[in-house]
Each structure stands twice: as structure tokens, then as C-alpha cells.
Design a protein around this ligand. Sequence first.
Ligand code: PLP
Length: 221
Amino acid sequence: MLFDSEKYLELRSALGPDVTLVPVSKTKPAPAILEAYEMGVKDFGENYVQELREKQPMLPQDIRWHFIGHLQSNKVKYLAPFIYMIQSVDSSSLLIEINKQARKCQRQIKVLLQVHVAQEETKFGWNSQELADYLKKEEWKALSNISIEGVMGMASLVDDPKQIKAEFDQIYQCFLQLNEKVFHERPMTIVSMGMSGDWALAIESGSNLIRVGSALFGSRN
Ligand SMILES: *Cc1c(COP(=O)(O)O)cnc(C)c1O
């Protein structure tokens, strides 16, 4: 068994219709993804450009690939022809590059803005204030080949549910504030937070997209 279909169905029904479940297939081979696809799963999350470039041509072309890992600007061109959504946008230069490469492919690419709230310095993303300051300048409005659909974030890798919940609340507050201050004409709709270990807390805080890897595909090496 490469994909835990029972667990998937259980999770899917616990979530309700308004929450998108994106199985994270990083490090997992194409046959594992096909098993999930055959159950009707169309959205998958991947972290590594090279790995995704290798798997994407072997798999059904109607899969909606979500890029969720740290993305270097010089690699955007490899994803632009097919990527459905880039969730891990952590700088204005990356937004500009995605727009440029999307235009070359005559596509519009959906993006989420990655918000950094966790303690760990290694996690990428904007802090809420930087993000608000950048967006208020309205340069992003000229980027017609991207569409900013929401925010994405991760909690710290800690055991304390109170801390995790507080961090998810901060991400949700950032989403609300940006909608109020910046996106009032066309509000963002997606709040991507929650993984195998903390998705239930994320949902309590207002998440409507969870990214679940090991709970569905088994642990990674
Ligand atoms: C790997 C990863 C996930 C999935 O993590 P699991 O704990 O295996 O569910 C979710 N989001 C991001 C950004 C990841 O890198």
C-alpha cells in the first residue's frame, strides 16, 4: 500500500466540503500518486523542483500541482508551464519572476503569500508587517499573470498545542487584515495551514486548505 485510502476517506469526511485536502507527495514515487489519483484525488503538493519536473510528465495531465517548498527565482521557469498554484511565495522578486514566466507561457498562475510566524529561523516567509507594507505599494497590481488567492503558513515544530494554535491564529489574522486593508475589491479566499500533526488545530483557526503528507503516504526517509 502506497497511499492510505482508508485514512484519506476518514480525513476527507472529517473535514467537510469547504476544506481542500492537498496530499503532499514529496519523495513518493509516481505509482503512489496514481493510487491516490485513482480515488479521485486531483491536488498534490510537492517541495522540490527537480523531483516534480521528473514526475509530472509521467502522471495524468489534469493533476493540479501545488508547489509548497522554498522556490528559487531561477527555477520558476521549470514550473511555469504546468504548475497550478505556488503556495510558498516569500518575496516580491519571486512574485515578479512568476509573473514573467507565466506570461511567457500565456498562463495565469495562482499564488499564496507565505507568512512567517514560527520561531524557527529556517522557515521562509514574510512577516505580517513586511507583507502589508509591500502590498500597500500596489506594485503587485501590475502583475497580470499571477492571481493572489490567499496565504500559507506553518507553525513551529513544537509539542505545545497552545503555541501552535496561537501561531495559526496569527496567520489567520494576517489574512483578515490583508483582505481589509489591501484586497477589499477582490478578497483572498484561501488560508493554507495544517499538516499531518497539526491540521485539526489549523482548522480551528480558520484554515481551509491543509497539506498532509506522512499521514497519507507514510513516513519519508
Ligand atoms: C512536507 C510538508 C508538508 C506535509 O508534512 P507532513 O507532516 O508529512 O504532513 C506540508 N507542508 C509543507 C510546506 C511541507 O514541506
